[in-house]
Design a protein around this ligand. Structure first.
Ligand code: AKG
Ligand code: FE2
Length: 202
């Protein structure tokens, strides 16, 4: 037992109702996490995201990339994207995440936030291409950032600090009843890479 780091209960549901969120904490040690972080920054085909809102095109500062088992098409914010084939590191990472979470995934959306000024607004990942109530595994590398859930009716909030090399799993009816966001902050200057492993239905 480590007396200095609090034990994390990976089986604890952090949502009080209407969904399941498990936080596994840091599942990679410092060296492994540093290595994935550097590797992902340099090997992923990062692109600025585009969204169409009321027909007007917006380009995000945050960069994104999408990988999958096949060249899936995936639509959100009225823009259609096509998945790239898994890289060696993503395949390795996916295996570890599937073992740790007990779930399987066929695609991954990656986000690169250059600093705390970039975040993601309240949303849920309930697009029609996604498996209904399918688990989403969120892996974080780089700067530690706050991550929040808000219940769609009661506005109840649950917050996390997503650490370097950590895993958070959203499951059950989480996307139906809860929103989540990555709040922007002036306090964080370093980049963060996030991967969300998902299941697309064909
Ligand atoms: O960066 C994060 O931690 C969350 C990303 C997210 O919610 C998404 O890609 O749908
Ligand atoms: Fe999301």
């Amino acid at each position: 037992m480590n007396l200095f780091e609090p034990e994390i209960d990976k089986t604890k549901n952090h949502l009080p109702k209407d969904g399941i969120v498990h936080y596994h904490g840091r599942i990679f040690n410092q060296k492994e996490a540093d290595s994935f972080y550097e590797n992902l920054l340099h090997t992923i085909e990062w692109k600025n995201d585009e969204a169409y809102i009321f027909g007007k095109q917006y380009i995000t500062k945050r960069k994104v990339a999408w990988y999958g088992d096949r060249d899936f098409e995936y639509t959100y914010s009225n823009a259609t994207k096509r998945a790239l084939p898994w890289t060696k590191e993503l395949t390795d990472l996916k295996k570890v995440i599937e073992r740790e979470s007990g779930e399987t995934f066929n695609s991954c959306l990656l986000n690169l936030y250059h600093s705390g000024e970039e975040g993601m607004a309240w949303h849920s990942d309930g697009e029609k291409d996604l498996k209904k109530d399918g688990a989403i595994a969120s892996v974080s590398f780089g700067a530690e950032r706050k991550f929040a859930f808000k219940h769609k009716e009661t506005q109840e909030k649950v917050e996390f600090l997503l650490e370097h090399g950590s895993l958070l799993v959203m499951a059950g009816t989480t996307q139906t009843h809860w929103l989540h966001r990555l709040p922007p902050t002036k306090l964080v200057k370093r980049p963060r890479v996030n991967l969300t492993f998902r299941t697309i239905v064909e």
